[in-house]
Ligand binder design. Structure first.
Ligand SMILES: [Zn+2]
Length: 200
């Protein structure tokens, strides 16, 4: 039996939630560029409105963007279907109006899913994208602990969840990119990893 696996299959997808952030997203972009890595940024609509230049840089540097609700409110799991639809449509409209792109990918806010959110995702024709490696980079754990947790059982095809919202996450990203380079693992966008379309 011969294997069709090539070096190209040695890929993972790094994903960032909750940006764009005026300080940390540019730092993440610098590191990704330095390591010739691509990533996916699931953006909050109100942050895209607040930091359009940062959002523009994400796209200009060849990364993928996806929807992560408009306001990312703590009550997201309690919203009625019509209000979830509004949250998703509002963010897609901002990106459509400013960039001409219709985003297809959605990262569930707070990892919450319920029948109303499912209905809203169907109504808006978005595709939910989960993760297989949760770094827990927004907890009080140290960067070292987060890096170890993230890379311990890392295997090809994994989708790694990070947040471009803190200096700790940037430290973890830097170590992770070095680790991937040493292991000859390529970081690609989720749409490239799954061979799906990021935009309609
Ligand atoms: Zn989030």
């Amino acid at each position: 039996m011969h294997s069709n696996k090539s070096i190209k299959d040695n890929q993972v997808a790094i994903t960032f939630d909750d940006g764009p952030h005026p300080e940390f997203t540019p730092k993440a972009l610098e590191l990704l560029k330095k390591h010739n890595a691509k990533a996916t940024f699931f953006c909050i609509g109100k942050h895209i409105e607040a930091y359009p230049e940062v959002f523009n840089d994400i796209l200009e540097q060849g990364h993928t963007v996806g929807n992560h609700t408009f306001s990312h409110g703590n009550n997201f799991g309690f919203l009625k279907t019509e209000n979830v639809i509004k949250e998703l449509q509002q963010t897609n409209k901002i990106v459509k109006d400013s960039k001409g792109l219709t985003m297809k990918l959605y990262r569930p806010a707070f990892a919450v899913t319920n029948p109303r959110i499912k209905k809203a995702i169907i109504a808006t024709q978005l595709q939910p994208i989960g993760w297989s490696v949760r770094s827990l980079d927004t907890t009080s754990r140290t960067a070292e602990a987060i890096f170890k947790r993230t890379t311990k059982d890392l295997s090809k095809g994994d989708v790694i969840l990070l947040h471009d919202t803190s200096s700790k996450s940037i430290v973890v990203l830097e170590r992770l990119l070095l680790f991937l380079q040493e292991q000859h693992i390529e970081s690609v966008t989720v749409d490239s990893l799954f061979k799906i379309k990021a935009y309609a």
